[in-house]
Design a protein around this ligand. Structure first.
Ligand code: CU
Length: 290
């Protein structure tokens, strides 16, 4: 995560310098600078421990947190009561250093200092509006920014039933998480289910939550020799028709190998045990009559 953040910072600087070269494309709120109030490591600076405590940027704009105080601070998205939201976290910013973040999604983002929880602030990200159209002409810039907010690793989780026999409808659950185990958004992937050399099910999914369920009816029993293969391939983050980002091509597979032999054997054992029990009982009850 650290290295990714550092990587993103380079992207940020690259974008920042482009923004400086073509300020008109980014409007007035491309960048905001927030400083830590002097002496904010002891309470009493409220409500202006971050100066200014509220800043507004356009979507895709940058907030730079400068630490000109005499103590280390963090800028961590979230609130002291609910904890970090995960949108950004500077970790400790040493005296004289700064941290910057680019925010693409419009909204209101509260943040705080993890070390000094009385230090709170807000970043407001406004939809870029007219500036957005101009900015979209710069296809390359747009791409870099998308990458900045896109997970570079995906964890594909596939849930499938333990048993599967002919005619049964099985449900396959797919969940795509990012490298931190968090849910993903605007997630695209292909789901393919094959059994007995036959493709039973094929779907290209666009999921807003990175989750989906698929019902598949089997034409034959699944067995050790004849497992149901479920393959999920990540095809990128983005809206259909957009340029896709992320670790495209990441694949995960599971086989539904119902331990059919074992289960059948167990059922048989139980059945035999019951027959013996019933027989024994009936003999006991029949005995006196005879
Ligand atoms: Cu602090």
């Amino acid at each position: 995560m650290k290295t990714k953040t550092i990587g993103s910072l380079f992207v940020l600087f690259a974008i920042a310098s482009m923004a400086a070269a073509a300020p008109s494309a980014y409007g007035d709120h491309a960048k905001a600078v927030v400083e830590n109030a002097a002496g904010s490591s002891t309470p009493g600076c409220e409500p202006d421990c971050f100066i200014p405590a509220t800043v507004t940027i356009d979507a895709g704009g940058e907030v730079v947190f400068k630490n000109n105080d005499t103590a280390a601070h963090t800028s961590t998205a979230g609130t002291p009561t609910d904890g970090p939201s995960g949108v950004w976290d500077s970790s400790l910013v040493m005296v004289g250093m700064s941290y910057s973040v680019i925010l693409d999604e419009p909204g209101e983002y509260p943040y705080f200092c993890m070390v000094h929880p009385w230090m709170v602030g807000t970043v407001i990200v406004e939809a870029a509006g007219a500036a957005e159209e101009e900015h979209d002409d710069h296809g390359d810039d747009h791409g870099s920014m998308e990458m900045e907010s896109t997970p570079s690793v995906v964890d594909i989780q596939i849930g499938a039933p333990e048993t599967a026999s002919a005619g049964e409808r099985i449900t396959i659950d797919v969940t795509i998480l990012d490298g931190m185990g968090m849910g993903t958004e605007h997630t695209n992937y292909d789901v393919v289910v094959t059994h007995d050399g036959e493709t039973l099910y094929e779907d290209s999914v666009h999921s807003h939550t990175g989750e989906s369920s698929h019902d598949v009816t089997l034409s034959a029993d699944a067995s050790d020799d004849n497992p149901v293969d479920v393959s999920v391939t990540f095809t990128g983050f983005g809206f259909p028709g957009d340029e896709m980002t992320g670790p495209i091509g990441t694949t995960n597979n599971v086989q539904v190998v119902p331990e059919f032999g074992t289960i059948a054997a167990l059922i048989l054992v139980v059945a035999i045990a019951s027959i013996i029990a019933i027989t024994a009982k009936s003999r006991v009850s029949l005995m006196p009559k005879l």
